[in-house]
Design a protein around this ligand. Structure first.
Ligand code: TYD
Ligand code: MG
Length: 454
């Protein structure tokens, strides 16, 4: 009996048993497409009577040839990869069109090539002359990188097999097509099949493959989500339009910590590494403004200081606005509710704007206290003490809960010239010489002691 066909949403990758106009999971319209079985996977027909061949099993204790990571010497990239490129790994680099993926990977290819790895860059989007033009702009025209402009995956795999490079970059997975799959390039079936072929090729031949994937909002072409589970490492290249900063974030890594970030700046000559991101995300601290609070955060394994900016203004009429950039809007509502019901500080009838300076996106709950401080500071029109960092998680009861890595946060703050910290009461403190700490048991204490409100 033939297995029933499955349907996948090109927007969120959810699998459905039947076709429908709207995806139940993400709510997108016209994004569901029928899947075609993978060409080298188990066929969709039942196995029948024919026997397979026996697979040789090995012990867990068997010593493998050393899996030495290759460093690109672009420190921000190596860190996000978990300390360098693992041989025979498959990596997906996703991001919005125009964010700088091709630039990053051309620089990476050149950097790997400089360390005597054999690097091949295959572009399915640009002609080789365009890639060369970019290389000249990046001053990498002499790097020993092999180039090709091709979209036929069968030809690409044959070439890679012959050339046997150490690392192959495929820009982008959405332009690749397999002649065994009927649908158009960019469709879910093509993208999945192409990614499957490339990742299994990577394992078989010991070649590291880096796939570029465009994030698509419209769902007209399949997004990187449909290949995330096939690859070893998923990196997202993000940045706000109009900002120079770009953040390479590991969201999945079989060979290193997830959540690690690398920070770059887009310049006229390509991406430059930003070794000290904290300094970048802070505005001038000499003039401390009401509504501003500096959060001592942790991104991956690294402390990053950034500034929350809040603005509170009377709402003209009707529904008050809540606008957030760089943080979760649900979390903002929660903190406003806690301020109102636990501290008696209402925000009804007030527009609230919250922004993370520099285009950074914060997901840590430890930022709660910094957000509350920024909100209170804006509402009371009183600035926080100068050169102060804030961190701590707020619970629904209004108490301030301790967060991890207190020492790391404080050390980074001290390094950048901060003099005091507002943190949860039960924080574990070691040697924090030089930094004055103000411990908060709950949100009401912050409102009372720092702003005289509540
Ligand atoms: P690109 O790498 O082509 O983006 P993607 O592959 O993610 O679509 O980068 C495109 C943008 O980067 C483009 O708007 C121009 C800008 N850019 C620079 O600012 N400086 C540079 O040196 C380069 C090569 C590009
Ligand atoms: Mg590109």
């Amino acid at each position: 009996m033939a297995k029933a066909a499955t349907f996948t949403c090109t927007n969120c990758g959810a699998v459905h048993s039947k076709w429908s106009g709207r995806c139940d999971d993400c709510g997108a319209w016209n994004t569901i497409a029928e899947d075609t079985p993978l060409s080298t996977g188990p066929s969709s027909k039942s196995l029948g009577a024919a026997k397979g061949k026996a697979i040789a099993l090995t012990d867990l204790a068997t010593e493998d040839a050393s899996q030495e990571r290759a460093q690109s010497k672009i420190a921000e990239l190596d860190r996000v990869l978990g300390g360098g490129l693992v041989p025979a790994s498959a990596i997906l680099v996703g991001g919005d069109p125009g964010i700088g993926k091709s630039t990053l990977l051309l620089q990476a290819a050149a950097a790997f090539a400089e360390t005597r790895l054999k690097a091949v860059y295959i572009s399915g989007e640009e002609a080789t002359s365009q890639v060369r033009m970019r290389a000249r702009r990046l001053d990498l025209q002499d790097a020993p990188v092999k180039l090709a402009a091709e979209t036929n995956l069968r030809d690409i795999l044959t070439t890679l097999e012959k050339e046997a490079p150490d690392v192959a970059i495929i820009d982008s997975i959405q332009t690749m097509w397999l002649d065994t799959v009927g649908s158009a390039p960019g469709s879910v079936s093509q993208v999945r099949a192409a990614a499957h072929e490339l990742t299994s090729f990577a394992k078989r031949r010991g070649i590291s493959v880096i796939l570029v994937g465009h994030v698509t909002k419209e769902g007209q072409i399949a997004g990187p989500r449909v290949v995330e589970h096939m690859v070893d490492t998923v990196l997202y290249f993000e940045g706000e339009r109009g900002h120079q900063f770009r953040i390479l974030r590991a969201v999945k890594n079989r060979f290193g910590p997830a959540d690690e970030i690398g920070v770059f700046e887009m310049t006229g000559q390509g991406l430059a590494e930003v070794a000290n991101p904290s300094a970048l995300f802070l505005s001038d601290q000499e003039a401390q403004q009401p509504g501003s609070a500096v959060f001592a955060g942790i991104e991956g394994t690294r402390p990053v200081l950034c500034e929350f900016q809040a603005l509170v203004a009377p709402a003209p009429a009707g529904q008050a606005r809540r606008s957030v950039v760089g943080w979760d809007s649900g979390r903002l509502s929660m903190i406003l509710a806690v301020l109102e019901s636990r501290c008696g500080i209402p925000f009804a009838g007030l527009d609230v704007y919250l922004n993370v300076a520099g285009g950074l996106r914060i997901t840590e709950p430890a930022a709660d206290l910094a957000v509350a401080a920024a909100l209170l500071s804006a509402r009371e029109d009183a600035s926080l003490p100068r050169r102060t960092v804030v961190f701590g998680e707020i619970s629904l009861s209004g108490s301030v809960r301790p967060v991890g890595q207190t020492e790391t946060r404080l050390r980074e703050a001290q390094k950048l010239g901060f003099e005091s910290a507002i943190l949860p009461e039960r924080s574990k403190l070691g040697q924090t010489a030089g930094l004055q700490v103000q411990k908060m048991p709950d949100l009401a204490a912050l409102a009372g002691t720092v702003f005289g409100a509540g």
